[in-house]
Each structure stands twice: as structure tokens, then as C-alpha cells.
Design a binder for this molecule. Structure first.
Ligand code: UT7
Length: 386
């Protein structure tokens, strides 16, 4: 208002006529302070507009998951190792898990199924995908990347693709990594597929480990948005001293495969359950509370916790520390066990029809390494995208 009244001051125009440059010069001299204020205001407005325009977020705009048909129940395991359904359910919460069977079938087959369904659900053509990241600890081969194999199987030709591996935390690490590509403005359609064929590295003579794991994969589509939804924040951690408690000793560059390593069963998961449990139960809860506090979220503000499904007791401890009612926690460990990088997208897929735009969601994971972390996101759409 102030600026307009000066601009259209009648005396000014009578004296000098309507010459823009002269008028501005006159104003500059005569009203130097007002001029300075005006310039600052204009500058601030343009900075604000630019900042708002530039604020791109990455939002999940579709989710799909896939688990193989074959089921391995606790009763089946009772016939394989010295265990009982009671022990497994009370110590882990697991009743059954899905196993990928068939010669020549690997993680890429499950990942490709998940991505194929995702493309269909979201109406995305294969050649529209800009980037595909595969989160896996059980790649088809050491190389090429399983992401490349999935892209090839689905005719995704215009994307570059690569794998990430941070054990059970990889899916959330990959989601955050993918979000940075989207936020750059250069990548419009990015897929993160998480999956593991854990049965390929599980020792079915080790009763403390084989009861936990299963096979599955899930995938999300990330797209840019200027709305107040999408990936909002993350906290990730790593502690390499945990390597001694959870690892796969052979098959890597330190101990390449040999008759000896195979005889010693060193291509299977080695896990010291108790130290892993203790570390997980503390750190997954800590990081979940930390992400809430950083974002000023109370338990009332949170719609859903999506925890990595490693052990029901770890999930419950995390929810308790977050003061979250169990009804807000996605739990399907009883049906699938620990599918490593399949757990979080499998949950999101199963609960998709209950999710609403704007829901505050915390994803939280823990895994070998040790690695752990949490993501805070706002869900971007209502219900099922089918
Ligand atoms: O996502 C990757 C990260 N991994 C995890 O988060 C796994 C974390 N750890 C765990 O979930 C638990 O430690 C396990 C489920 C692996 C084991 O449960 P636990 O309550 O820690 O059992 P434990 O290892 O302390 O073993 C207790 C007892 C032992 O017998 P004794 O020594 O007390 O006589 C085990 O030999 O239970 C025995 N046991 C079993 N008994 C029946 C171990 N496994 C079994 C079994 N059935 N399957």
C-alpha cells in the first residue's frame, strides 16, 4: 500500500510526467529510506518464492509386495530341528514363513514380481523409470547387481540401477538415498525394491537361526511433490563392532568359497542371538524415539509405526518406548518371519488400504553390521491405488 501511494502521488506525476526511470530516481533520492525498505521487501518476497518453488520432496506414490507360495510352518520345523511351535511363537512371534523354491530362482525373481505389480498399479510404463535401487543382502550373484537383473527382466531400459547392502536396514537406507535423487529434481520416477531370499543362506540345522527367516520382496515408487507429504526426516547409524555377532563368514573376498568353507557351513548366516537381540532392542527403540523428538511428534501424532520384523519382542519394546498403542503398529511377522529387506514394504503393502494422505509414519529398522535407523514420512495418498 505504502509503495503504491508513493508511486501514484499526483504531485509527482504532474511535475515530472509518467517517466518510470525518472520517477524511480526521484523516489530513490527523496525517499531513500522508503526505497531501501521497498527493495528489501521485494528481495525477501523473491527469496521466499524461490525457496518454496525449490522445495521438492520425495513421496511414495505406490507400493506392492510379493511372497512365494510355499509356506514353512513351525510344525514343519519341528520335524527338521529340535524345536517346538511353543518355543518359536513365545521367543519370536513367528508361526510360518514363505520360502522361494525352484531351480534357478533368486531374489531378482521376487523383486521383479513386486516391481511388475507396482508398475501396473501405478500405471507406470517401464521406460518411464529413471532409477531403480535394490536393497538386498542376498543378491542373485556377487555381480552384476540384482537391480540390473530386475530392470532387465522387466524391460526397464531408461533407468540406471544399483544394489545397496546394509543388512536388514538397507530398505530404509535405500529409500532415503532414492529420495535425494528425487529431491534433486532430475529424477521423476524412482523405484526402491527390497527383498531377500533368506532361505538361500539359512542353515536348516541351526535351530536358533533357521526359525527366524523367510523370503519375500516389496517395492515402492517415489515421485516428486511440492505438497507437504513424503519423506520428511531420517536418522541412521552404523557400528562395525557388531560384525562379530552377525555375519556370513565365507563367499566374500576375505574367505572365497572353497571345499573347506562349504564343509564348515560358512556360507550360512552366523548369528549370536542374544547380543544381537540386546543391541536391537535398545537401538531400534532409541532411534525411533529420537526421530519423534526431532520432529516434535507425540505418540498421538503418529498414525503408524512400521518396524522391521525381526522379533515380536523387539517390535513390542520399540512401540512401548514410543508410547504407541499396538493398534498403530504394523505387525505381520507371524506370517512371514524376518524377510530382511522385504519386511517394511511387505507391511506397507498389507496396510495400504488403511493409509490416509497426511498420516505420520515412522519406519524403523535394525540389522547386521550393526546398522539401524528410522525414517519419518507423511503418507501421500488415500487407500489402495489399485
Ligand atoms: O534382523 C536381523 C537381526 N536379528 C535379530 O534381530 C535376532 C535377534 N535375536 C533374537 O531374536 C533371539 O535372540 C533369538 C530368537 C535368535 C533367540 O531367542 P533367545 O530368547 O535369545 O534364546 P537364546 O539364544 O538365549 O536361547 C535360549 C535357549 C537355549 O537353551 P539353553 O542353553 O537355555 O538350554 C537355546 O539352546 O533356547 C534354546 N533354543 C531353542 N530351543 C527350542 C534356541 N533356539 C531354539 C529353538 N527351539 N528354535
Amino acid at each position: 500500500m505504502l509503495s503504491l501511494s508513493i508511486f501514484y502521488h499526483p504531485r509527482l506525476f504532474r511535475k515530472r510526467g509518467f517517466c518510470y526511470v525518472q520517477t524511480l530516481q526521484f523516489l530513490k533520492k527523496r525517499y531513500s529510506e522508503v526505497w531501501y525498505l521497498l527493495k528489501s521487501l521485494l528481495l525477501l518476497t523473491s527469496i521466499k518464492q524461490k525457496t518454496q518453488m525449490a522445495k521438492l520432496r520425495a513421496a511414495i506414490t505406490g507400493i506392492n509386495a510379493w511372497a512365494p507360495e510355499d509356506v514353512l510352518t513351525n510344525q514343519d520345523l519341528e520335524k527338521m530341528v529340535a524345536t517346538t511351535d511353543d518355543w518359536i511363537v513365545s521367543r519370536t512371534g513367528i508361526k510360518e514363513r514363505h520360502i522361494l523354491k525352484g531351480e534357478g530362482k533368486g531374489t531378482s525373481d521376487m523383486g521383479a514380481e513386486a516391481v511388475k505389480g507396482l508398475l501396473m498399479k501405478t500405471g507406470t510404463a517401464a521406460d518411464e523409470v529413471d532409477l531403480l535401487i535394490c536393497a538386498t543382502t542376498t543378491p542373485d550373484m556377487q555381480f552384476p547387481a540384482t537391480a540390473n537383473i530386475i530392470s532387465h527382466k522387466l524391460g526397464i531400459k531408461n533407468a540406471f540401477s544399483f544394489d545397496m547392502n546394509a543388512a536388514c536396514s538397507t530398505f530404509i537406507y535405500a529409500l532415503e538415498t532414492a529420495s535425494k535423487y528425487v529431491e534433486s529434481g532430475e529424477y521423476k520416477k524412482v523405484i526402491v525394491v527390497g527383498g531377500d531370499k533368506m532361505s538361500s543362506i539359512t542353515d536348516y540345522t541351526d535351530r536358533a537361526t533357521c526359525v527366524i527367516f523367510g523370503d519375500a520382496a516389496g517395492a515402492v515408487l517415489l515421485e516428486p511433490t511440492t505438497e507437504n507429504v513424503g519423506i520428511m526426516d531420517h536418522r541412521f547409524y552404523t557400528d562395525g563392532s557388531g560384525m562379530v555377532h552377525l555375519n556370513q563368514k565365507a563367499g566374500g573376498s576375505v574367505k572365497p568359497a572353497s571345499h573347506e568353507t562349504v564343509d564348515a557351513r560358512e556360507h550360512f548366516i552366523y548369528q549370536e542371538g542374544q547380543p544381537v537381540f540386546k543391541f536391537a532392542v535398545t537401538n531400534m527403540a532409541d532411534v525411533s524415539v529420537e526421530i519423534m523428538e526431532r520432529n516434535h511428534l507425540t505418540s498421538d501424532d503418529i498414525s503408524w509405526l512400521v518396524p522391521h520384523q525381526a522379533n515380536l519382542r523387539i517390535i513390542e519394546a520399540t512401540a512401548k518406548r514410543m508410547k504407541l498403542d499396538k493398534s498403530k503398529v504394523m505387525i505381520n511377522i507371524q506370517k512371514y518371519g524376518n524377510t530382511t529387506n522385504g519386511t517394511i514394504p511387505m507391511c506397507l503393502h498389507e496396510w495400504e488400504n488403511q493409509l490416509k494422505k497426511g498420516d505420520n509414519i515412522v519406519l524403523s529398522a535394525f540389522g547386521g553390521g550393526f546398522t539401524w535407523g528410522a525414517i519419518y514420512l507423511k503418507w501421500a495418498y488415500d487407500g489402495n491405488r489399485k
